[in-house]
Design a protein around this ligand. Structure first.
Ligand SMILES: [Zn+2]
Length: 93
């Protein structure tokens, strides 16, 4: 490994520019990955936006994936649904 590569791995920068929105953000706003400084190139909000776009591009497939996940993790899915119910419930009147 070259000294330059070692430097990139050990120096923790104050911020990093997102390759999608171009915003300067702290490293914690990026998921760990294979990009520079051991972080992915897109910030977390951009990752979420891309995931949303991709989901909408093939909604049927995404819903099939959700169903498959629920079938595989029934207890976990039920616990999450229950937690959501209590978190979002509106008391009548
Ligand atoms: Zn971004």
């Amino acid at each position: 490994m070259s000294p330059r590569q070692l430097e990139l791995l050990t120096i923790v920068p104050a911020s990093k520019v997102c390759k999608r929105c171009g915003e300067d953000r702290p490293p914690d706003d990026y998921f760990p990955g294979s990009g520079r400084y051991g972080r992915v190139g897109r910030c977390r909000p951009c990752n979420a936006a891309v995931a949303k776009e991709q989901r909408l591009q093939d909604l049927d497939k995404a819903r099939a994936r959700d169903r498959a996940y629920r079938a595989r993790n029934l207890e976990k899915a039920r616990a999450a649904a229950r937690a959501n119910y209590w978190k979002n419930r509106r008391v009548q009147n």
